[in-house]
Design a protein around this ligand. Structure first.
Ligand code: NAD
Length: 315
């Protein structure tokens, strides 16, 4: 039985990854400091094959059992979090990634880092292939996240080239599904919360900026396929179907049957105007492509979470 260590395992994506790894018969060590994650995300897991280690990976950390694969997901991920935690975000991307790569090296484990489409910044190439190097503002408020991930990618390649660590880099495009926090500021949980509580849906700018939304199950399947491949260079995993934010708001209204109106708010600084993955590489080397469309994914999020959870506690 292979043992996987998942940093950020009590977060949104990490908890779904733990579920799927256990379902496939792995042992899982979930490492998290619960900064933006929650034990509630893994409370349903009763199997003895899951171990939880509360640790802040910015400090060195160790496990005394065999580890075969490390999935490094720990990092603030939502703008609301990394704008609140700018130094922590840079430290997780740097020290946290050093410590986790060091752990993978000691255990001779395969290492996969969760990188992001944000490494492309506000892209000048569309859709974005892995060969595009990006257009990021290093000193804007979002730079702490984008540059932490770019540094973490550079560090990962250095450990691979210089130290022989067996590494992989997944560039994740906007992913959604059950267990996103209703108030984490990302578009889908925000729109669902607003639609279900009959509040106006707040679209930034004129809503013409685009995103490509991936349902969590598709993402996790692509992530595990990449970890199980021998591939080292970055791979985009995302759904190439591109929607404007206005189209997303309309889809949420349709799926929830809400009669919320749409209102417009100022565009945040350095908000990318367009985003769409080129997934030719993932198709070619992993045989992976997404299977769940936006409306089906929104419906599944609604059905599996329940409206009460998506609305969240009163603020
Ligand atoms: P999340 O906030 O739900 O999960 C992050 C987890 O990391 C949380 O459980 C948090 O407590 C933990 N964490 C943060 N700092 C830590 C530290 N110092 N030590 C230990 N644990 C720590 O976010 P998510 O959406 O699940 O994102 C997971 C990963 O995927 C992140 O690396 C993120 O950058 C990446 N990603 C996510 C998306 C997306 O659309 N969800 C897109 C691109 C990249």
């Amino acid at each position: 039985m292979a043992t996987a260590l998942v940093t950020g395992g009590a977060g949104f994506l990490g908890s779904h990854l733990c579920d799927e790894l256990l379902r496939r018969g792995h042992r899982v060590i979930c490492v998290d400091n619960l900064e933006t994650g929650s034990l509630a995300n893994i409370a349903h897991i009763r199997q003895p094959e899951l171990t939880f280690l509360q640790a802040d990976i910015v400090e060195p950390y160790f496990v005394d059992e065999q580890v075969d694969v490390v999935y490094h997901l720990a990092s603030p991920a939502s703008p609301i979090d990394y704008l609140r935690l700018p130094l922590h975000t840079l430290k997780v991307g740097s020290y946290g990634t050093h410590h986790t790569l060091g752990l993978a090296k000691r255990h001779r484990a395969r290492f996969l880092i969760a990188s992001t489409s944000e490494v492309y910044g506000d892209p000048q190439v569309h859709p974005q292939p892995e060969s595009y190097w990006g257009h990021v503002n290093p000193i804007g408020p979002r730079g702490v996240y984008d540059e932490a991930k770019r540094y973490a990618e550079a560090l990962t390649m250095a450990y691979h080239r210089q130290q022989g660590v067996d590494t992989a880099i997944i560039r994740i495009f906007n992913t959604y599904g059950p267990r996103m926090r209703p108030n984490d500021g990302r578009a889908i949980p925000t729109f669902l919360r607003q639609a279900l509580s009959a509040k106006p849906i707040t679209v930034f700018g004129d809503g013409s900026q685009t995103r490509s939304f991936t349902y969590v199950n598709d993402l996790i399947a692509g992530m595990i396929a990449l970890a199980e491949s021998g591939y080292h260079d970055p791979v985009n995993i995302g759904n190439p179907n591109e929607f404007t934010l206005l189209e997303l708001a309309e889809a949420v209204i349709e799926v929830t049957g809400s009669d919320s109106e749409i209102v417009y708010e100022a565009l945040p600084t350095d908000d990318p105007k367009i985003r769409q993955p080129n997934i030719d590489l993932a198709k070619q080397i992993l045989g992976w492509e997404p299977t769940i469309g936006l409306r089906e994914g929104l419906q599944r999020t609604l059905d599996e979470s329940g409206a009460d959870v998506l609305v969240g506690p009163a603020r």
